[in-house]
Design a protein around this ligand. Sequence first.
Ligand code: EPU
Length: 340
Amino acid sequence: MRIENNYSVKPHNTFGINQITKLFIEYCSADELKELIKSKKLEQPFFHIGAGSNLLFVDDYEGTLLHSAICYIHPIKETQDEVWVSVGAGTCWDDFVAHCVEKEWYGAENLSLIPGEVGSAAVQNIGAYGVEVKDFLVSLKAINLLTGEEREFSNAECQYDYRYSCFKQPEMKIWAVVEVTFKLSKQPTFNLTYKGLLNELGEQPCTLKRLRKAVIDLRDSKLPDYKVLGNAGSFFTNPVVDAEKLNELLQQYPDMPHFAFKEGKTKLSGGWLIQMCGWKGRNVGDAAVYEKQALVLINKGVATGREVYDLSERIIDDVQQQFGVKLYREVNVIGKNGLQ
Ligand code: EPU
C-alpha cells in the first residue's frame, strides 16, 4: 500500500492539472483495501479515482484520493464460442483490449486506445464507435468503503445507460470496484456500424488486428494525445432531446447532425452545437476548445482547472442561448470537498 500526504495530483489526471490532495492512498489488492477499512485509517471524505482520464480538479482536495493498483487479466471460464475474463480494476483499459485482440477474443476492439482503467470504464460505461462496455460486461465486484462488505453487481444491477451506471449516483460513491468480469466471443463478430470505421478499414477484409488499428488511427486523427495536450476526451456528453425540440431545431437548422437514441428521443452532436457557436479552436488563456473536435477541451500548457471549468461554463451558456439545449459535463469536476 502506498500512502502520500499533501500530494500533487498532476500525474493522476490527463488534463495535467496541478492541485494537491491532502492524502493519496493506493492499494494493490482487495484484501489490502479491506484491511485499510478495518483499521479505520480511511476517513471521510474520500474519492476513488482511476487513471484520471475523466477528471477536472478545480481546487486542492481536502480529503483522501483512493486509487486501485489491482492489475491482472484472468480467464475464468471457456466454451467453444465464448470466454469469460476477470480483470483487476486498476488494469490499464487499453492493455486489456490489446490482450483480447492478441488472444483473438472479439468484443472490446472498438474501444481500443480509450485512456483509463478497467474499474472506471465499468463505472462510466465508456463507449466509442458503436460499442459500449455494458455490451460485454457480465458483472463486477465492489467493496463498500464504509463497511468493507464485498458485493457482486450483475450487468442489470449496474443500471447501464449512455455514459451512466448506478455508481455515478452520489450515494453509490461508497463502492469501490475491484474486479470486472467480461464475456468475449471466440467467433469473429465485428461492429462496423460507425460510418467512419468502414472508410478507415478501406477495401481490406476485416480482422481483429485491422479493426483495432483502424480505431487507433481514427482516434489519433480526431482526438488529442493527452501526453502532448492535456485533455479528458469528450468534455460534455451529447445532449438528448425529445421529438418536439428536435423538430423545432431541424426547422431552423435542417443540416444539423442527429442520431436516434431510445424511447423516441434523439441524440444531438454536442461538438456541432459548440462549433456552431463559434467556439471550435478558440481559447481563453491556456484553456481551449480542440481545433479538430469541439467536444474536447484542452490544456494548452499551464491552464488551471478553474480556467478550463470557466471556459466550459461559457460554452454551456452559449449553446443554451443559441439552441435552447443544455449541455452536461461528462467530466467529473473535483473541488475541495470532492465531486461537484
Ligand atoms: N461534429 C461537428 N463538429 C465537431 C465534432 C463533431 O460537427 O467539432 C459532428 C460531426 O457531424 C460528426 C458528429 O458530430 O460526424 C459526431 O462526431 P464524432 O464521431 O467525433 O463523435 P462525438 O459524438 O463527438 C462520441 C463520443 C466519443 C467517441 C465518439 C466515437 C460522447 C460524449 N463522445 O463523440 O467518446 O469516441 O463518439 O464513437 O459520446 C469520450 O467519451 O471521451 C469520447 C471521446
